[in-house]
Design a protein around this ligand. Structure first.
Ligand code: MHF
Ligand SMILES: O=c1ccn([C@H]2C[C@H](O)[C@@H](COP(=O)(O)O)O2)c(=O)[nH]1
Length: 283
C-alpha cells in the first residue's frame, strides 16, 4: 500500500505532462516503477485510501485465464470493466474485425490461450505453464504473454499488463509481471490485486508455495482529469492496516478455474478503507 502511495506521490511531484492521442487527454507521467508483493507472507496489496472493488479485479483476471473476448462474458462473472472499450470507442466501432456488440476482439487471454503460430495453428500458453509447473518443471520460459503486435489491429485495446513469467525455486513459485502502460488511479488499483491473485492461485493449482510477485510498470500515468482527486483527496488520507485474502481450497485445477469458480470463491477479511472515489475513466 505504501508503495502505491509513494508512486502516486512521485507522479504528482516529478511527473512530466505527455499528450495522449488515443484518449485526447494529457497524462502526468513517470517512467519505471517496481512494486513487490510478498504473497507467501499474505501481504495483499489492496488500496485502503479509497474503497476498492476488488471482486471486479479478480473477475477480470478470471476472464483472462478463461480466454474471454466479450464484455458480456466479463459482466457475467462480475466486472463491467470491458464495456467501454468494447462499445464506446470510435476507432473500435469502425473496425471491420469487430463482431458486434460487446466484442473486444483479439485481446488478453483470447490471445494467450490461442497464441498463433507462424507455421499454422496456435498454442495454449497457460495450459503449458500449468502442466509444466505441476510436474515441477520450470524451463525458464514459463511466460503467459498477451503481447502480439501482429494482432493489435484485431482488438479494441493493446494489452497493458502483457506478460506474466512464472519461476520455480525448489517448491516456491515466483511471478514477474510486466505492464507497459498504467492508469495509476484506476488500473493499478486492480492490477496490484491481479498480480497477487495470479501468483496465489497458480501456486495453489500447481501444488507449490507462493513466494514473491514482482510487478514492473514502464509508463505510469495520472490522466489530467484525475489529478485533483489524487493530489487533494486520496493522497491526503492515512492508509489503514492491510486486509487478508482467502481462496477456496477446493480450487485445485485449471479446469476448476475455467468452469465452476466464481468471485464468491474468494474472500477479503478485515478490509478497512476510506470512502470511495469515482475517478474519471478514459476510453
Ligand atoms: N483508461 C483506462 N484505464 C484502465 O485502467 C483500463 C482501461 N482504460 N481499459 C482496459 C481496462 C479496463 N479497466 C478498468 C475499467 C474500469 C475501472 C473502474 O471503473 N473502476 C472503478 C469502479 C469499479 C467497479 O465498480 O467495479 C473504481 O473505482 O475502481 C477500472 C479498471 C482497466 N483497464
Ligand atoms: O490492466 C490495465 C489495462 C489498462 N490500463 C490503462 C493504461 C492506459 O491508461 C490505458 C490503455 O491505453 P493505451 O493507450 O493502450 O496505453 O489503460 C491499466 O492501467 N491497466
Amino acid at each position: 500500500m505504501r508503495q502505491y502511495l509513494d508512486l502516486c506521490q512521485q507522479i504528482v511531484d516529478e511527473g512530466v505532462w505527455v499528450e495522449n492521442e488515443r484518449t485526447g487527454k494529457r497524462c502526468l507521467t513517470v517512467i519505471n516503477a517496481d512494486l513487490t508483493y510478498d504473497v507467501g507472507a499474505g501481504e495483499f496489496p489492496l488500496v485502503t485510501t479509497r474503497k476498492s472493488f476488488w471482486k471486479s479485479a479478480i473477475a477480470e483476471l478470471l476472464g483472462y485465464i478463461r480466454g474471454y473476448d466479450n464484455a458480456a462474458d466479463f459482466r457475467r462473472i462480475g466486472t463491467k470493466t470491458w464495456d467501454a472499450n468494447a462499445n464506446n470507442n470510435e476507432a473500435w466501432l469502425a473496425n471491420p474485425y469487430r463482431k458486434g456488440a460487446d466484442d473486444c476482439g483479439f485481446i488478453y487471454g483470447k490471445i494467450g490461450r490461442n497464441f498463433p503460430k507462424p507455421d499454422g495453428g496456435s498454442i495454449d500458453l497457460l495450459r503449458k505453464i500449468v502442466d509444466d509447473l505441476s510436474k515441477g518443471i520450470d524451463d525458464r520460459g514459463e511466460i503467459y504473454t498477451f503481447y502480439h503486435p501482429g494482432a493489435f489491429h484485431m482488438g479494441c485495446l493493446r494489452p497493458c499488463m502483457y506478460s506474466h513469467h512464472f519461476s520455480l525455486l525448489g517448491d516456491t513459485l515466483y511471478l514477474n509481471s510486466t505492464q507497459r502502460s498504467c492508469d495509476v488511479p484506476l488500473g493499478l488499483n486492480f492490477n496490484m490485486v491481479q498480480v497477487y491473485f495470479f501468483l496465489a492461485i497458480m501456486a495453489q493449482i500447481t501444488g507449490h508455495k507462493p513466494g514473491k510477485a514482482y510487478h514492473k510498470i514502464v509508463n505510469a500515468h495520472i490522466y489530467e482529469d484525475q489529478l485533483e482527486l489524487m493530489r487533494d483527496v486520496q493522497l491526503k488520507r492515512e492508509p489503514m492496516p492491510l486486509p487478508t485474502f482467502k481462496i477456496n481450497p477446493d480450487i485445485k485445477t485449471l479446469e476448476d478455474l475455467e468452469t465452476w469458480v466464481t468471485t464468491d470463491d474468494f474472500e477479503v477479511e478485515d478490509y478497512q478503507h476510506h470512502e470511495p472515489i469515482a475517478y474519471p475513466f478514459s476510453v
